[in-house]
Design a protein. Structure first.
Length: 272
């Protein structure tokens, strides 16, 4: 029985990830627009820092921020709001009565979204390195890759938590997502050292995985960068803890959603 559940989970995950990876590639203009949008946003900050005479380390900081920014956008719009949109399209009922666990659908969305977003993020990183002549130190490249993957794990775990909250929230979910997008970008320090926020805001910002992940990647790939929030040796274990925390919270929230759907028969109704 357990083997069948695992196989069902993996099949559901693969099917949902496949749609997210290849379905979004059908419209080439979306891919081009997202890459150019990310590059021009990054370029504006690079030229701003260069105009005030900062060193090359700030250019590397901005390029890494531009690389990570698309992932949180995907977490927010591709995972967090997904259950709400599935309800609006009438698909949530089918997902809830399906023998496949609801978590498999969202994990598949997360995996597929991360893979699809990776192509855009790598393109932004490539153009940033090529155009602005950024040189990263690769002595700790393996550690940097592990930190990046753990950051993604924690980010998409947080997205699954948000998906349940937004479904409870109802028809204002997309407004809520739009509202928190820019504050999270600020708290994550995408285009400036998060240490400048001060210890008060920074202590709150560390709950957002991108904050610690970016700070650690900048220390590993741009060693001359400063000021740092915490040493990367401290940030890495915190990121692992956040990954487990948000994953467990996401599973619990999804179970609460399924329970409420079966008890009240309200979550699957449109406009509620």
């Amino acid at each position: 029985m357990r083997k069948k559940r695992v196989l069902l989970f993996l099949k559901t995950l693969t099917a949902r990830a496949y749609v997210r990876v290849f379905g979004q590639m059908r419209e080439a203009t979306w891919i081009v627009a997202s890459i150019l949008g990310g590059f021009f946003m990054m370029a504006s900050y690079v030229y701003l820092y260069r105009s005030i005479g900062t060193g090359a380390d700030f250019t590397g900081m901005v390029v890494l921020g531009g690389f990570m920014a698309p992932f949180f956008a995907n977490v927010l719009w591709g995972v967090a709001t997904q259950l709400y949109w599935e309800k609006e399209m009438g698909n949530l009922e089918l997902m809830l009565v399906s023998p496949a666990p609801l978590s498999a659908f969202l994990v598949g969305l997360s995996v597929g979204g991360a893979m699809h977003t990776m192509l855009r993020a790598l393109a932004v990183l490539f153009f940033g390195v090529a155009v602005f002549k950024v040189h990263f130190v690769t002595g700790h490249l393996g550690v940097a890759v592990v930190v990046f993957l753990v950051t993604l794990w924690a980010m998409y775990g947080l997205g699954i938590v948000f998906s349940s909250l937004f479904l409870y929230h109802g028809r204002d979910a997309w407004r809520t997502a739009d509202l928190i997008m820019e504050p999270v970008n600020v708290l994550s320090g995408n285009y400036f050292p998060v240490r400048f926020l001060g210890l008060g805001l920074a202590s709150v910002a560390i709950l957002i995985p991108t904050t610690l992940g970016l700070d650690a990647l900048r220390q590993l790939l741009v060693p001359s960068f400063g000021p740092v929030l915490l040493p990367w040796q401290v940030e890495a274990p915190i990121l692992v803890a956040l990954a487990f925390l948000w994953s467990i919270a996401g599973v619990w929230a999804l179970k609460a959603v399924e329970y409420k759907a079966r008890r009240d028969a309200r979550l699957t109704l449109r406009w509620q």
